[in-house]
Design a binder for this molecule. Structure first.
Ligand code: IYR
Length: 223
């Protein structure tokens, strides 16, 4: 290895029983996460979102360049514009762009082009992937494994929001160019995903289809 600055890893080993308990407890917590499409018009303190984004920012990334930007859109005048733009893309999707096969796959979720939560939910987080950047703000180097890095960060973000007691939704209208415009993000950044966070509306329901989770034996092989 070439010479590079390093320091001892802070690591406190847990007793095996505690490891087992924590792994189980995390699974028990995560399996209660549901994608929600019906949000209450209730405030959520900004600090909760800030800390969830801090958690997302700890994700591993190519060359530790952290190629992500989280544009947080609270309640305000941008919402009506954003909803109108997203619904226009969704109408094009549902009315003509989507194949019959795709629409059939979506049918058990009951989704359509109408997205009221884009106005009612207290927080929208538009996630952008940066083609160039660096480990420190202001750097302009090539980024690596951008989609993988941003995907992991979104996973951390969803887990953190769930852990904080919030309902979430991943929304990916296609194309998402309107997000760059509305959030005034530079050319270098590609809109990646819109994450909706808040309380579920009273009486919110989830599709039975979403409750199907493949068991361990169907998602793993042990060699
Ligand atoms: N973006 C659309 C369609 C949609 C596509 C998939 I794949 C989903 O898992 C859910 C929705 C929408 O948000 O309605």
């Amino acid at each position: 290895m070439t010479d590079f600055p390093s320091r001892p890893l802070p690591f406190s080993e847990l007793p095996p029983e505690e490891m087992r308990a924590r792994a189980k407890a995390f699974f028990e917590a995560m399996k209660t996460r549901r994608t929600v499409r019906d949000f209450a018009d209730r405030d959520v303190p900004r600090e909760i979102i800030e800390n969830a984004i801090r958690s997302a920012g700890t994700a591993p990334s190519g060359a530790n360049h952290q190629p992500w930007h989280f544009a947080v859109i609270g309640k305000g005048p941008l919402r009506a514009r954003l909803r109108a733009a997203a619904e226009a893309e969704e109408r094009a999707f549902y009315e003509s762009k989507a194949s019959a096969e795709w629409l059939a796959a979506l049918a058990p979720l009951g989704t359509d082009a109408v997205k009221p939560y884009l106005e009612t939910a207290p927080w929208l987080i538009a996630v952008f992937a940066q083609r160039r950047g660096g480990a420190r703000a202001g750097e302009d180097r090539k980024n690596y494994y951008v989609a993988e890095s941003v995907g992991i960060a979104c996973g951390f973000l969803l887990a953190a929001l769930h852990q904080a007691g919030l309902a979430t939704l991943t929304h990916t209208p296609n194309p998402m160019g309107f997000l760059s415009e509305i959030c005034e993000r530079p050319e270098n950044e590609k809109p990646y995903m819109l994450i909706v966070a808040g309380y579920p509306a009273p009486g919110a329901r989830v599709p039975e289809h979403a409750l199907i989770k493949k068991p361990l034996q169907d998602i793993s092989s042990w060699l």
